[in-house]
Write a protein that binds this ligand. Structure first.
Ligand code: PEP
Ligand code: MN
Length: 266
């Protein structure tokens, strides 16, 4: 375990993550269509999100569930990013996808299920773009931080850690948000740390409260799932905020971020 406190910043699409400002990444779990992605992107931007999220290839528990649109979505994703003047964070589930979406994203996401996929991490370490490393749902903090070194050792220092909830004995919520891990990683790793309250709790009504807790504990930002019509979502609808919920959350988040001296990026 490294012992230096979080000091490094990572530039993602023009936003410095890990510095004096708080960053909000928002968008759908899965990119489902041009209309769905554009409507979400415009909505979250209006409410103050800085960067878009959206899955192109999905790691679903069931092979029968929606697996993402894959390469058929590339063209319209470019259009949405251009129309909204936002950049995209998206997950690569396989090293071959890195090249495929290199020009589409400002940061590659490594999902919870792939935190231990060291060959994928090493390949991302050879790239020039930042990497968002989600914590494995059963990974120790130490294993998560050590996993980041598979990327940084290859020459890419731009890694952001993301706490997204761990599996505990509790079943009332999807996972358990480990705020200890956020405070611990901030003090013991040089990397910025953000929180994914959506996968942590799995229930949309509880997502804003955990986002506020993330800001209060010292996270550098959040990544949150938003869908214009959560009931119609092809993945993770239960935890998706509506555009209206997101807008309300942002108003309170702004106050909390200011109170803890880490105001939202402009
Ligand atoms: C996601 O971001 O949609 C996702 C699948 O997250 P995780 O890897 O944390 O489960
Ligand atoms: Mn999801």
């Amino acid at each position: 375990m490294q012992t230096s406190p979080s000091t490094q910043t990572v530039n993602v699409g023009g936003f410095e993550i890990g510095g004096p400002n708080f960053t909000v990444i928002a968008g759908p779990c899965s990119i489902e269509s041009y209309d769905q992605f554009l409507e979400t992107a415009k909505g979250v931007k209006t409410s103050g999100a800085h960067i878009l999220r959206g899955g192109i290839w999905k790691m679903r528990t069931s092979s029968k569930d929606f697996q993402g649109l894959g390469s058929s979505s590339f063209d319209f994703i470019k259009t949405v990013c251009k129309e909204t003047n936002m950049t995209l964070v998206s997950e690569v589930t396989d090293a071959r996808q890195i090249e495929e979406i290199y020009d589409l994203v400002s940061m590659f996401q490594v999902g919870s299920r792939n935190m231990h996929n060291y060959s994928l991490l090493k390949e991302l370490g050879k790239q020039k773009k930042p990497v968002l490393l989600k914590r494995g749902f059963a990974a120790l903090i130490n294993e998560w931080v050590k996993a980041s070194e598979y990327v940084t050792n290859e020459g890419n220092p731009n890694v952001i850690l993301c706490e997204r909830g761990i599996r505990t004995f509790e079943t009332a919520t999807r996972n358990t948000l480990d705020l200890n891990a956020v405070a611990y990683a901030k003090k013991n790793s040089p990397l910025p740390v953000i929180v994914d309250p959506s996968h942590a709790v799995g229930i949309s009504a509880l997502v804003p409260d955990l986002a506020f807790a993330a800001a209060a504990v010292g996270a550098d930002g959040i990544i949150v799932e938003v869908h214009p019509r959560p009931k119609e979502a092809l993945s993770d609808g239960m935890q998706a905020l509506t555009l209206e919920n997101f807008s309300q959350m942002m108003k309170k988040l702004e106050k909390i971020c200011t109170a803890v001296d880490k105001p939202l990026h402009k």
